[in-house]
Write a protein that binds this ligand. Sequence first.
Ligand code: ATP
Ligand code: MG
Length: 435
Amino acid sequence: MSIAKISAVRGMNDLLPAAAPVLERFEQLTRAALRAYGYRHIRTPVVEATAVFRRGLGEVTDIVEREMYTFVDALNGESLTLRPENTAGVVRAAIEHSLLHDGPCRLWYYGPMFRHERPQRGRYREFFQAGAEALGFAGPEVEVEQILMLRRLWAGLEIGPVRLQLNTLGDAAERLRHREDLVAYLRANRGELDADAQRRIESNPLRVLDSKHASTQACLARAPRLLDYLGEASLAHFERLQQLLRQESVPFEINPRLVRGLDYYNRTVFEWITEALGAQGTICGGGRYDGLFTLLGGKPTPACGFSIGVERVLELMGTAGPQNDACDVYILHQGGATYGAALGAAERLRDEGLEVILHADAASLKSQMRKADASGAEFAVIVGEEELAADAAAVKALRSVPETAPFARQERVPLRAVAQRLVQALCAAGEVDEQ
Ligand code: ATP
Ligand code: MG
């Protein structure tokens, strides 16, 4: 009888070691960019009380209506949800721990999110987001700061051209006035709308603007524009944002139909879009959400944030650039006492900060050498019986190096000197920082 294999859950991906160097490069550069702007790391649980999202995101959003993984905790009957995004969780934590007690704070997060979507390229059921939240900042300066940070990050990641789209959603009163006219217009043109849009006319008409349906989009081209309903303060906010972006030479387009998937945004919304990924071209979405704190039971607090779709950015990064995640050294041995000596040598090398693979089973030196070569390591260290008898190891460079480079030809080195000689050799090759 054969036992059936088990696959990963549909829409949830394994990230295999071959893709890890690109991921690690993304993580490293993203962390550096966020730190360069004073953002500090926060990690919240993957699971939250369902109310965090129901209240925070709004009942009539794609996410809350149909994308959440919600379940009842069998032990105590509590309704829990796998987080579909992290802004609501960060704000919940900021309120719970009074993080704004000493004034505004800049936070960033990174981790998996879960949405029950139809899996397709760039759209998964488990996906990662890296995001930032600036809590307690009212002015457009913090939007500018986040946009500049993202521009810097895209450049560092070398992901090719990305466009910045901006819009403003005004404040609640302005949206209400616009909403009345929009609803009247949509009702009058009901026949041209898709079923989802028709349903949303009453429940969440602004979200109709976000529709991806062709006939709905055509109908929307003539709909009342929120931009025309903005009061002085909202307009000034939007103007100042644009002025600062122009000052810093950040190109942008204003897209009046940009509303973003979530309910909690007001004033500024923005997206970064690439042409290189097909339909799922938005790699980052963000905006201001001054109302979220009160929805979650906190004091009114202005805030602004963004979230990067990590899988989409990784796809843009491709496998470009030198990606070397190989070890520095591969150690060969002949079992028995030579294994003991090799084990000790490996530990001494690691003490010096080198990355080492110690061959793990019995095999001929020839076959171990093939493994060493294939591992991508810079050097082989051979602890054979002959070498051990001389209290030494043989060291050989595995990559093609100039004749004059250290260990271009195999060389016997006293065991106690191996670590030091290899550190020198790697420094010479620029592989490790000089201590
Ligand atoms: P869409 O309109 O495409 O559904 P969204 O408004 O739901 O996007 P956000 O909630 O703003 O997306 O999430 C921010 C970013 O996270 C998106 O721009 C995208 O890059 C990424 N993202 C969102 N949903 C998914 C998913 N299911 N799989 C992979 N990445 C995603
Ligand atoms: Mg979505």
